[in-house]
Design a protein around this ligand. Structure first.
Ligand code: HEC
Length: 711
């Protein structure tokens, strides 16, 4: 009896242990390991594993439950309010039913992908790290990456952090540059092969020498570095590639850094085991300051291919030799397998700022085709034999001021483009603006770039004539023929990135707050949803428990959001509209609470304040320290308060507390401890002057908005 009881208990215990361990095993099996094989898998649809969904960066998902025929029934499934966020530009990731996203100041949240329920928050305390130091803009980050249970984020102040995806706890931190340098990071780090790659921005802010650095994903240990431009030859070259690049420079370029900062396009080619990165514009933009006898200046404005394990140079393709217009090539590097003239081609698709759409053979680095996708006036065409642009006479403003298209926003910026292997088309959020470039009044002798007071070495003003009657468009281009299959003109500038799906859909949010779905083949609008706030981030899609979701961050942001009259006129003023993460599905039933209407801060005209013209002019020269956040010509685009409407700017003590003593440091307002009473006084006069002279602009904005509402 007794022995039987022991035996039975033993058997029960044994089966219990077996049952538990079996279940554990099952659980482990369903939790996929996110390695290169998983990230490269184009057919997997439940997750969104990398910035552009897979290693190919196509932003195409084969999911077809939501399609052109039923997208009209798309509804909000869940949403979360993000009251502390400002500009939102990032692509969320979805891994095993958890959605991860980065918001303003690099705060990362993990939420249940089916409900939005918060799992954890990781705050790298960027506001503290930038206190009083980082007088450069960009509270934004475009994304994070995931590899084998870890999340990687790169902060504004230059830290790269590895985080445990389960707990949200930091595992390691690597400092990628000296935080006192006028550099910044807005890009998503690229995780691949147990490594993480990151670069930085800052070509305009000080003497910057572009570089990408690769770290070990497990430990954060630095593995290798690749400089974009050569340093002072006297110090010796880091590698043969730098020695080769130095032959395309002259003068003392290293004194101003040279530029080339790689701040966005990083792509790992799992097929060929090659890493590509796009490089930035020159520092300064004016090539005759950078390197007096204008030459190619490698590797500015290029795609560079390197060995992923060592960073060893393989090949490069320079889109804009002797760059003079801020035409960085940091835009998306999309991998596509095309059949061109009967041959299988492993291609790179790339639409940099310079306005040409490039199809490049990624096995050789050789150009296949390049045609303008927007108005282009700096070059007549790209010579397919040499792969080089043929410049228009005087394009580098060497024969006087000249109108140039695209302008420095580019024909396409960082807003994600997409490629659908199903429709065979590339979808590019396209910009159409021209600017006048001039070096009149630029003092070449002794020109110097200093930390936090860099400069571009060229004057910009509006072009005499815009070549397009719409500032933006969505272009659908066949990469095999370069034919524009369809094109949608758009009224506002700075529309967001693209998602394309197996349901024959293209989705894009716009700066006017609308999210639209198009028929991917024809461009016909099949669905519109008004989120009530400017959109700057691209949508993603994923499938959990049999339901397809489409998810998107809403909150106007990015460089253009800093201001200027057109950005001000969008009405997304600072902290008026709550930022959101909105997720849609066909089964959704949620009604989104409305946001406040567009708001235009009213300039305060203080009749008691006697504006001193001289002081105001001096104040204007101080304002260049502020415009990157408070807006061009003091029209705020919503990234910081509009100073013309600020009561603080009316009161000297309050202004001193905020600007000199850092009272609003923790809110992202840097401090300027060296600013004298006189400088602050001058700023006050300039602010009052701008308030007075722009009151008619405000009245115009109100009138135009009323007309818009009626229509
Ligand atoms: C890196 C971006 C950035 C720069 C550069 C910057 N500011 Fe700010 N500023 C902000 C932000 C963000 C706030 C809002 C903080 C908050 O939420 O209260 C702010 C707030 C202010 C305010 C308070 C406005 C109000 O009514 O609440 C004043 C005044 C101000 N800034 C003046 C300046 C001046 C003058 C300069 C240049 C010398 C400058 N700022 C440079 C980002 C910036």
């Amino acid at each position: 009896m007794m022995t039987n009881l022991i035996k039975n208990t033993f058997l029960i215990l044994l089966s219990l242990i077996l049952f538990i361990s079996c279940n554990e095993k099952k659980k482990e099996e369903t939790v996929k390991i996110i390695n290169d094989k998983a990230i490269a898998d184009e057919n997997q649809t439940s997750d969104w594993l990398a910035y552009g969904r897979t290693h190919n960066e196509r932003r195409f998902s084969p999911l077809e439950d939501v399609s052109v025929s039923n997208v009209a029934n798309l509804k909000v499934d869940w949403f979360i309010d993000l009251p502390n966020d400002v500009g939102l530009v990032s692509t969320p990731l979805v891994v095993n039913g958890v959605l991860y996203f980065t918001g303003t100041m690099n705060v990362i949240r993990a939420v249940d992908a089916t409900s939005g329920k918060l799992i954890w928050t990781f705050d790298p305390k960027v506001r503290e790290a930038i206190k009083g130091k980082r007088q450069v803009g960009w509270a934004h980050s475009r994304g994070i990456s995931f590899y084998e249970g870890k999340i990687f984020t790169a902060t504004w102040d230059g830290r790269l952090i590895g985080i445990d995806a389960k707990t949200g706890k930091e595992i390691w931190t690597a400092v990628t540059f000296d935080p006192n340098r006028s550099l910044n990071i807005t890009g998503a780090p690229k995780a691949f092969k147990g490594k993480v790659l990151i670069g930085n921005g800052g070509s305009e802010n000080g003497p910057a020498r572009g570089v990408v650095t690769c770290y070990d994903a497990e430990t954060g240990k630095e593995l290798w570095k690749f400089f974009v431009v050569p340093g002072n030859p006297v110090d010796g070259f880091e590698n043969e590639a730098m020695e080769m690049a130095a032959k395309t420079w002259n003068g003392e370029w290293w004194k101003n850094g040279g530029g080339g900062n790689a701040w966005h396009g990083f792509t790992y080619d799992a097929d060929l085991d090659v890493l590509y990165f796009g490089t930035g514009n020159g520092g300064p933009w004016n090539p005759r300051i950078r390197s007096p006898k204008v030459d190619d200046n490698l590797f500015l404005c290029s795609i560079v291919a390197v060995k992923p394990d060592t960073g060893e140079y393989l090949w490069h393709y320079q889109t804009t030799p002797g760059e003079a217009w801020d035409y960085n090539s940091t835009m998306d590097i999309v991998l596509a397998d095309l059949k061109i003239k009967g041959e299988d081609v492993k291609a790179i698709l790339h639409a940099p700022k310079n306005g040409f759409f490039y199809v490049i053979n990624r096995e050789t680095g050789k150009l296949i085709s390049a045609e303008p996708f927007t108005e282009v006036t700096w070059a007549s065409h790209i010579d397919l034999k040499t792969g080089r642009p043929v410049l228009v006479d005087g394009a580098r403003y060497d024969k006087g001021p000249i109108d140039i298209a695209p302008d420095s926003w580019g024909g396409h910026s960082w807003h994600a483009m997409a490629y659908s292997p199903q429709s065979g088309l590339v979808y590019i959020p396209t910009l159409h603006k021209a600017d006048k470039y001039s070096d009149e009044g630029v003092v070449y002798e002794g020109w110097e770039s200093k930390e936090f007071s860099g400069g571009i070495g060229v004057g910009l003003s509006p072009a005499d004539k815009q070549l397009s009657d719409h500032p933006s468009s969505l272009e659908a281009i066949d990469p095999i023929t370069q034919e524009h299959v369809w094109s949608i003109p758009q009224d506002d500038f700075w529309n967001a990135g693209i998602l394309t799906t197996g349901g024959n859909l293209v989705l894009q949010g716009r700066s006017d707050g609308k999210l639209l779905a198009y028929n991917a083949k024809t461009g016909k609008i099949v669905w519109t949803f008004d989120t009530g706030l400017g959109i700057s981030a691209p949508p993603i899609t994923y499938k959990v428990n049999g339901r397809q979701y489409i998810s998107l961050l809403v909150g106007f942001g990015g460089g253009y959001a800093r201001g200027g009259l057109d950005a001000y006129n969008l009405g997304w003023s600072y902290r008026t509209h709550t930022r959101r993460l909105i997720t849609f599905s066909l089964e959704g039933t949620v009604d989104l609470p409305a946001l406040p209407p567009r708001h235009f801060p009213k300039p305060i005209v203080d009749t008691n304040f006697k504006i001193d013209k001289d002081k105001a002019t001096k104040g204007m020269n101080e304002y260049w320290k502020c415009f990157i956040c408070h807006g061009d010509n003091m029209f705020s685009g919503g990234m910081a308060p509009d100073l013309r409407a600020s009561p603080i700017a009316l009161n000297k003590e309050a202004l001193i507390a905020v600007v000199r003593n850092g009272a609003k440091n923790t809110m992202g307002m840097p401090s300027f401890p060296d600013m004298t009473d006189e400088q602050l006084e001058n700023l006050m006069h300039f602010i009052r002057k701008r308030a007075k002279e722009t009151l008619p602009d405000y009245e115009e904005s109100i009138k135009n908005n009323a007309v818009k509402k009626q229509n």
